[in-house]
Design a protein around this ligand. Structure first.
Ligand SMILES: Cc1cc2nc3c(=O)[nH]c(=O)nc-3n(C[C@H](O)[C@H](O)[C@H](O)COP(=O)(O)OP(=O)(O)OC[C@H]3O[C@@H](n4cnc5c(N)ncnc54)[C@H](O)[C@@H]3O)c2cc1C
Length: 322
């Protein structure tokens, strides 16, 4: 297997999910290489090597400065044509999903998306993917090469390799098509936020409809702050406009796997569960002892969150101060 992993960077840092996919690919047999596209990205090659890339292909061009898919599709088409990769992997993001779909069309290749694992079985690459509202897992394959795959966000933890050497860096060039340069990025805004993002956080405190009002998200935010964690939300409260979509966890939101997930006023519907079930320790605070979340929580507190959460926050603050 000769695998290429597309690495996405933001503000000079490689995305955690990209490194997770790279680590996983490197844990399988075969050659694993990575590609960096942008301006001033060559400096990230060492990091890519640490997480398993034997060789890093780099294309730097001012026309790749903005996170737009089309020029990247041109560059990847050139690279794959020159180097003959049989597998091309992407960690799913808005940008990489566009790139993967465009590249699949250019190469007339098959793209499997939303994979939560990939393994080699009987010498063949097999993707694992949730289906039917995440209630079952199915095996998916490819009928031709190259095989393209998008991996669900939060699926793999990046694991640095003890045996990692220096990166072999190779620069390449690609002609960018006129039509690929037609789109312009007019504005890019960043949401103001404090603390870690929910994809990166070791601790997540999540709020649901049980909070009763958007103002009560302050309770969840205070606890998250005390624990140095991030705030997440259910779809019910996002749909109600209580909290931004970026914080939504679940089937139609993000998949997270923190060490600790504290669910406050969340019933634990299957569509929420699929986004957080791989968390290390799940703590649920709910006033209904029959809430489904207690079926899979490691620790359950039956009580009114308006009483429990502020006390918990106070306790955490006291312990930290001690
Ligand atoms: C196609 C599809 C996709 C979906 N995608 C997602 C998704 O990505 N993410 C997601 O989260 N949902 C998703 N949903 C919605 C999901 O089915 C649930 O409706 C949703 O998760 C419920 O959110 P909730 O737990 O906040 O609200 P509820 O189900 O209303 O639960 C509120 C809970 O708070 C408890 N409570 C109330 N007051 C208190 C109190 N004072 N103290 C303590 N506990 C209290 C209640 O006992 C209850 O268990 C999806 C649904 C569909 C059909």
């Amino acid at each position: 297997m000769k695998t290429l992993v597309f690495l996405e960077d933001h503000e000079g840092k490689l995305q955690k999910d990209s490194l997770g996919v790279l680590s996983k690919a490197a844990s399988l047999d075969g050659e694993v290489e990575a590609v960096l596209l942008g301006t001033q990205v060559a400096g990230l090659a060492g990091e890519a090597a640490r997480f398993g890339a034997a060789r890093v292909h780099v294309m730097e061009d001012v026309l790749l400065a903005k996170p737009l898919p089309q020029p990247r599709i041109d560059a990847l088409e050139t690279l794959v044509g020159e180097r003959g990769f049989d597998t091309i992997l992407f960690a799913a993001t808005v940008l990489s999903a566009d790139i993967a779909a465009g590249l699949a069309a250019r190469l007339d290749a098959g793209l499997n998306w939303d994979l939560t694992d990939f393994v080699v079985e009987d010498g063949k690459l097999v993707g694992k993917r949730p289906a039917l509202g995440d209630s079952v897992y199915v095996d998916v394959g490819w009928t031709s090469e190259p095989r393209l795959a998008l991996i669900r966000s939060g699926t793999f933890e990046p694991e640095a390799r003890a045996d990692a050497g220096d990166a072999e860096v190779e620069t390449f060039e690609s002609r960018l098509q006129d039509f690929s340069l037609a789109a312009e990025m007019v504005e890019q805004a960043h949401e103001e936020s404090e603390g870690p993002s929910i994809e990166d956080a070791d601790v997540i405190v999540a709020g649901g409809r049980g909070l009763g009002s958007p103002e009560n998200f302050a309770l969840v935010e205070e606890l998250a702050k005390a624990l140095g964690g991030a705030v997440a939300a259910t779809r019910a409260v996002v749909d109600a406009g209580w909290y931004p979509y970026a914080a939504q966890v679940g089937q139609t939101g993000k998949t997270v796997s923190p060490k600790l997930y504290i669910a406050c006023g969340i019933s634990g519907a299957i569509q929420h569960k699929v986004g957080m079930q791989s968390s290390g320790l799940i703590v649920a605070i709910n006033k209904d002892p029959n809430a489904p979340i207690f079926e899979y929580a490691d620790l359950g507190v039956v009580g009114d969150l308006h009483e429990v959460v502020p006390k918990l926050t106070e306790l955490v603050r006291q312990r930290k101060a001690a």
